[in-house]
Design a protein around this ligand. Structure first.
Ligand SMILES: NC(=O)c1ccc[n+]([C@@H]2O[C@H](COP(=O)([O-])OP(=O)(O)OC[C@H]3O[C@@H](n4cnc5c(N)ncnc54)[C@H](O)[C@@H]3O)[C@@H](O)[C@H]2O)c1
Ligand SMILES: CC(C)[C@H](C(=O)O)[C@@H](O)C(=O)O
Ligand SMILES: [Mg+2]
Length: 359
């Protein structure tokens, strides 16, 4: 039976980059035997415009009836003044929570062709290949109580709560240990256990799990040091596991080691391997509609979708190899452009990847 992929472009550059990823999927269907149907849906600001809410029931129904979801990005200044529950970002958080996509894999890989675009010196990043495993449906993003109240002196106070249950830590921990086992065998758990009780529990659970993974070397690091070490000597890391907020910040930081946030894909998985795939970056309102966005993070997210949700490892390899060849050819969107390379737009970059799928 044909598999179903739900395509949710969202807002801003989400529309442009997903259009290129869809070209890749269509070429794989037509020329390389990918048995999958694509269905379009609405999320974020686009869904608000059509239905008055960022995550309509119809989108959730479509998502539940799909084998995998490809998402662009949500958000934009046009929606910033909406009531909080109507903002596009709530649609994204809502679909992650509703589908229990707790395991967010964010690989940061330096393509050797982009060494000149990295924020760090070539010898510090050569061969960089880190996997950040971010907990995605808990922590301070979802903790209760949350809100705003007026204090006795009349001052307003905003508050959120950073909470993790043992079972939530254990399931993300197991995903991270399993991931480390399949890679270099090293796992660094990132927390703030010198200050936060929730981090003490996080550390205790990670230590307990380590007994089940004698082949994985577990270490712990405080998040402030981890941010510094990522920029100082990133190759010390193999797999990093951390909570929702720390993972959000560290993955944007890791992006610049690879040359651009336009290069970072991600997979958000539930416990059955069903997943949503999206670039790490946002809707980039500053370049939206100008054919400037780098579509490679989204195209590489298609590769993750093929590998993790459809079991099409060979097609995933083909997509990743095509991205490598296009970079070999010297094609660059503005974010990764440097001397001696050819500047291209979003659509031309997508077309080039499609053309290179044949090799
Ligand atoms: N997953 C998501 O949907 C997601 C992620 C992050 C931010 N957002 C939302 O996106 C909006 C803008 O947020 P922001 O500006 O803080 O972050 P952003 O990631 O959208 O942009 C940050 C910077 O990176 C650049 N950039 C991002 N993606 C790029 C690409 N593919 N190619 C080239 N350059 C790229 C942008 O031009 C901008 O200068 C906000 O509404 C935010 O909430 C959504
Ligand atoms: C848009 C926002 C809700 C989201 C997050 O914080 O998780 C984004 O920054 C991301 O990294 O996917
Ligand atoms: Mg983010």
């Amino acid at each position: 039976m044909s598999r179903k992929i739900l395509v949710l472009p969202g807002d801003g550059i989400g529309q442009e980059i997903v259009a290129e990823a869809v070209k890749v999927l269509n070429r794989l269907r037509e020329g390389f035997g990918l048995d999958a149907e694509l269905e379009q849906g609405l999320i974020g600001g686009a869904a608000y415009d059509a239905h008055g809410e960022p995550l309509p029931g119809v989108t959730l129904e479509q998502a539940r009836g799909s084998d995998a979801i490809l998402l662009g990005a949500v958000g934009g200044p046009r929606y910033d003044t909406l009531e909080r529950h109507l903002r596009p970002e709530r649609g994204l958080l809502g679909i992650r929570a509703a589908l229990e996509l707790f395991g967010n894999l964010r690989p940061a890989i330096l393509y050797p062709q982009l060494a000149a675009s990295s924020a760090l010196k070539p010898d510090v990043v050569a061969g960089l290949d880190i996997m950040i495993v971010r907990e995605l449906t808990g922590g301070i993003y979802f903790g209760e109580p949350r809100g705003e109240r007026v204090l006795e002196n009349g001052e307003r106070q905003g508050f959120n709560t950073l909470v993790y249950r043992e079972s939530e830590i254990e399931r993300i921990g197991r995903l991270a240990f399993d991931t480390a086992r399949k890679r270099g065998g090293r796992l660094c758990s990132v927390d703030k256990a010198n200050v936060l009780e929730v981090s003490e529990l996080w550390r205790e659970v990670m230590d307990r799990l380590a007994a089940d993974y004698p082949d994985v070397e577990l270490s712990h690091m405080y998040v402030d040091n981890a941010a510094m070490q990522l920029v100082r000597a990133p190759k010390q890391f193999d797999v990093m596991v951390t909570g929702n907020l720390f993972g959000d910040i560290l993955s944007d930081c890791a992006a610049m080691l690879t040359g651009s946030i336009g290069m970072l894909p991600s997979a958000s998985l539930d416990s059955q391997g069903c997943g949503m795939y999206e670039p790490v970056h946002g809707s980039a309102p500053d370049i939206a509609g100008q054919d400037k966005a780098n579509p490679l993070a989204t195209i590489l997210s298609v590769a993750m979708l093929l590998r993790y949700s459809l079991g099409e490892g060979a097609l995933a390899d083909r997509v990743e190899a095509a991205v490598g060849r296009v970079l070999d050819d010297g094609l660059r969107t503005p974010d990764i452009h440097s001397e001696d390379t050819r500047l291209v737009g979003t659509a031309a970059m997508g077309d080039a990847v499609v053309a290179r799928l044949n090799d």
